[in-house]
Structures are given as C-alpha cells and as structure tokens.
Design a binder for this molecule. Structure first.
Ligand SMILES: [Zn+2]
Length: 305
C-alpha cells in the first residue's frame, strides 16, 4: 500500500464557490457488498480487501462557501457508536467533523446550511453530538436540508431498511426545527424521473433514487453553463469511489438496481461531457476527480494538489 501523503487536491473553486474536503474518519464494509455483481478478480485489484474481505472507505463531507453561505455537504459517521458496532464496521475516527471545520477556520455556529444526499447512518451520524444535556446538533444554527422520503425512512425505518437508518440521527434536529424536507419540482425532459430542489442559491439537489429511495446528486455551481470549473457534483453513494465509475459497477446495497444503472449512466455521461469536478465521499485516497471518456468506459482523473 502507498502510505505517502496524498498528492491530490482537497480544494476546488467553481462558480464563485470554494469547496474543501472535510474528514470524519474511515470505516470498512464488505468488499463484495460494495461491488455487487462485479467479479472479485476485478474489484480486488481496484480496492484490495483485508483478510476479512472488507475494504477501507473514507467518510468525507465537503464544505462549500460563497458569500455569506457556509454549507456542509453530507454529515459523516459521528462518534455515537457502541464498541460492538465500531468493531463490526471498523470505524476509525468518527466525530472529527468539528475539528475538520475548525482547521478551515469555521466554527460550528458559522454553518448556515447542511445539505444531505440521503440519510443512511454513514452519511448523517456526525450531525448530532453528545452534549452536556444529551444529544444536540453539531451545527445549531444550520438548516439541515434532506430529501423528504429520506427523512421519512430514517425516522420510521421499516424492517428491510432498519440496518441503514437510525432515527436518533435526525430526531434532535427535527425537535429543534432544524430539519427541512426539500421542496422539489419535477426534473423535466433532461432529468426524467428526477425531482430537483435548490435549498441554497447555487446548490441544486437532484433526487435520483436507486441506491436508496431518495439518494441524490448535489450540484454546486452552474451545471448548465459551458466551460471548465463551472460546477462540481457530490456523488454520494451514486458513485461511492473513483473506482465505481463504470455504469454497471453497482453496490449490492442498492434497493433499485435498474434505476441505479439508468441514473448512473446518465450522470456519468453528463459529468464527463461538461467537465464537472466530482466530489467523492467514500474514496479513501481521492477527494476530487474529473471524469473522462475512455472509449466506451469512464476514467476518473484525480485533481492534482
Ligand atoms: Zn455510504
């Protein structure tokens, strides 16, 4: 394994936004589950597993700043974990988000908005912290925006989804009136089957579905305008790592594989065509990468430091 310090970028500027990679530690999930039907001899070369077949993944929210808006995209895994679950998921770190913001000169109170792609525990867990009087919001002044269906599933998970959602990750936000369901409009002919919202001017959330019912791609900047560095796309679990850039490389966790295939194909194509910068949540090595066409395949090209 390469243990040298990463030589890849952790900051990008698009359309007046400054975007920085944050850090909430790492965890490990079963490699086979992360790679679905992809044959083991292919994925083991791309993401080498440990002896227990797990692969290491980052928990990497992003900070986007423009004017008076200080926006956290995605919510880490947090520190509210039993030793047993820490062990099962090999959670290293977790609960780093405040320190990670502080390194960029941002206090918890400074955050104006949190935008969430979906509400699985590895994407929202850090937004509630243990305070002196019980659980409290990490960002007490921020409006927390999430797809409506994700809020519903998280607060009342059914049997199938119980392993993916924890109501206690959102309840303290809801009780304080900080949780806002996205107000969406239909995506139109260019975004069939998608619902689109703009919770912060210049940040659009495209509710796609596939991985979960409401999983979204979050577009920062003006994605429609031509030219480089106009937009960045937060891929969330639609494209969890830079190795998952071929449309059929779909996780076994996805609840609607056909939908995943369809939206991934469309969005990978669009990102490559328009030169969007990709923001990767689970890639342990690369935070920011552009997609390029490579014949009929795609290639993720990390942004140099
Ligand atoms: Zn995830």
């Amino acid at each position: 394994m390469n243990t040298a310090a990463p030589s890849f970028a952790t900051r990008a500027e698009v359309d007046g936004w400054t975007i920085d990679a944050l850090d909430d530690g790492h965890f490990r999930l079963d490699g086979g589950a992360m790679w679905g039907v992809v044959p083991a001899n292919i994925w083991r070369a791309l993401t080498p597993p440990a002896e227990d077949n797990t692969i290491r993944m980052s928990l990497r929210p992003f900070l986007a700043r423009r004017g008076d808006r200080v926006v956290v995209i995605e919510g880490g895994v947090g520190a509210r974990w039993s030793d047993k679950l820490r062990g099962i998921y090999h959670i290293e770190g977790g609960g780093h988000l405040a320190a990670s913001l502080a390194r960029l000169g941002v206090a918890r109170d400074d955050v104006t908005d949190v935008v969430l792609s979906h509400c699985h525990w590895d994407h929202v867990g850090a937004l509630v912290v243990d305070g002196p009087n019980g659980p409290e919001p990490l960002c007490p002044r921020a409006r927390h925006h999430a797809p409506a269906v994700e809020i519903e599933r998280c607060l009342a998970p059914d049997h199938v989804r119980r392993g993916s959602y924890r109501p206690e990750d959102l309840l303290p936000l809801q009780e304080r009136g900080l949780l806002v369901a996205l107000e969406t409009r239909p995506g139109g002919p260019e975004h069939p089957g998608e619902a689109v919202a703009e919770p912060v001017p210049g940040i659009r959330v495209h509710v796609l579905g596939g991985h979960s019912e409401g999983v979204s791609a979050i577009l920062v900047g003006d994605g429609e305008a031509p030219g480089p560095d106009r937009a960045a796309v937060f891929w969330s679990d639609v494209v969890p790592t830079t190795h998952h850039v071929q449309p059929p490389y779909i996780m076994a966790y996805d609840i609607d594989v056909i939908r995943s295939y369809e939206v991934r194909g469309r969005w990978l194509e669009r990102a490559a065509e328009r030169g969007w910068i990709g923001l990767f949540y689970h890639d342990p090595d690369v935070a920011l990468a552009r997609l390029e066409r490579d014949g009929r395949r795609f290639r993720a090209v990390p942004l140099p430091a």
